[in-house]
Structures are given as C-alpha cells and as structure tokens.
Design a protein around this ligand. Sequence first.
Ligand code: 5GP
Length: 291
Amino acid sequence: MSKVPPPRLSLEERRAALEKAKSSRQDRAGVKRSIALGEISIFEAISDPRESIRRMKVIDLLSALPGVGKSRATLIMERRNISLTRRIGGLGQLQVKALGKELAVSKGEPTRGNLIVISGPGGVGKSTITSALRGDPRFWISVSATTREPRVGERDGVDYFFHTHAKFMELIEKGEFLEWAEFAGNLYGTPRTPVEEWRRLGKHVILEIEIAGARQVRVQEPGATLVFIAPPSWDELVRRLTGRGTDSPERRAARLALAEEEMAASGEFDAILVNESVEGLIAELVSLATA
Ligand code: 5GP
C-alpha cells in the first residue's frame, strides 16, 4: 500500500494561511491590549466567539491583566488545577467560575503601581526614553497639560493637553494638578486623576517633568522615585540643545541658562542616569521603576 502524501498547498492557499495567521495574531494582541487598559473584562474576552481568541492560551489572557503578570497568572491556574496549556475555547464552565473566584479575591488587593519622575535638562533625551517605554504594558506615561503652542506634529491629548492660560489657571484653582510649574515662559502641569487611576490599576506611572515639578512631587508623594537624566558631558548637551532648530535664538539661550540651573539640582534626585546609550539607559530605568 502506498502512503498518501500530505496535501500540497497552492501558492494562493499558502498566502491565505499566512494572512489568516497574521490576522489571528492581531486579534489576540488587540484583546490583550484591551484587557491591560481595562477596556474589557477577562470574561468578555473568554466569551469572544472569534476562533482566533478561542485558540488563545488562558495564561496569556490572565497575564495581560493589570497587576497580575505571568507568575501570578501561573499561580492562579495551578491553584485551580487548570493546565497551563489550556486554551480559552477549552475552558469548562466550572473552570471559568473558579477563575472568577480567584480574580475576585485578587481584585481587592492589586499591587499599586510605582510613581517615577524623570527630570533633567532640556535636550538630554528624556522624551526619547519615555517614548521607548510607551509600548511597554507595565508603564503608563502621563500626558501633561501646557500653555505652550503645539510644535509641528504634536497632537492635543497625545503629546500634551494644550490649554489657554485662563483654562490652565482654572485647573490650578480646582486642584486638578499633582504638580505644576512655569518653564521658559509657559506653564506645565501633571493632571492628578489619571496618575492615581493608573497606579491603582497596577501600572507604574512615569512623569517626564522639569525640576520644580519634581520637587513638588517629592513633597506630595514621598514614595516616588526621582530619576535625573544627565548628558554624557556639558558640551554634548549644548550641541543637542542648539542643534534642535525648533526654538528662536532667545528661547535657546533661555533654555541653556535653565539647563545649567537644572544640572545643579541633580544631587536632589534618588538616582542619576547618564544618557550614553538609549538602550542601556532604558534597561536601568526599567529596573529602577519596577523595583
Ligand atoms: P517642552 O516644551 O520642551 O515639551 O518641555 C519643556 C520642559 O517642561 C521639559 O523639561 C519637560 O520635562 C517639562 N514638562 C513637561 N510636562 C511637564 C509637567 O507636567 N510639569 C512640569 N513641572 N514640567 C513639565
């Protein structure tokens, strides 16, 4: 008897299979993101009828929950005797109930996220660092309010909340800022409520602010970790600041003078990290921030 050869896929069929795998990966990433952001509950994800989600591993879904993570998810599944390779579609009614109980218990005590303040002179690369952390589900980067004009490409609600002076003053009056300060002729402030909410959900919250604001956070939140980002050298900082090209000469001179003042404050911080390489700095920052 001759063996039946495996079915040979045509180029078209192979392309379709690859397309399907890609779209399944996107579905799963979308569900995990929504879980991490608290947009949907774990039970909404479990009852998602899409095949791509039904084939997703339960452990991956649990790990995406804020404040749970892989080791806690493993613990929960082991305690309820659910195989670590179980997929969502394979969960029995009783197992779903058991997970509900476990999550209800752990819900009362989510580990509150840390508060990390990143400061340092303009041009030192603070925003490159915070942008790099933006895709990491362990962190949430605060969006500040400001009275300065948007730069080209900046979006309201994404880079900053751009307010008029009058609106900013109103928000100060209402106590809406965790801290606020004037910098180079404009007002900047950290909206208080989102910082609190994301920390409650277990995210480590990162504020990228100037020194006067960092000092206020130190008083208001003594448990915060204050990190100063320093340039490899003063000359390098001058080069970066003057090479920026988005500011007028007067504004640039003001920024240099302020940078000098800011450098002098580095000793007030819990840690000073030198920006020699972005990757190295991010690794150090992540270990400080998640400690
Ligand atoms: P830029 O106008 O270049 O975006 O920011 C100018 C300075 O304002 C930077 O040093 C930045 O870290 C700081 N900054 C941005 N947001 C805030 C904030 O909410 N509070 C304070 N105190 N400083 C901020």
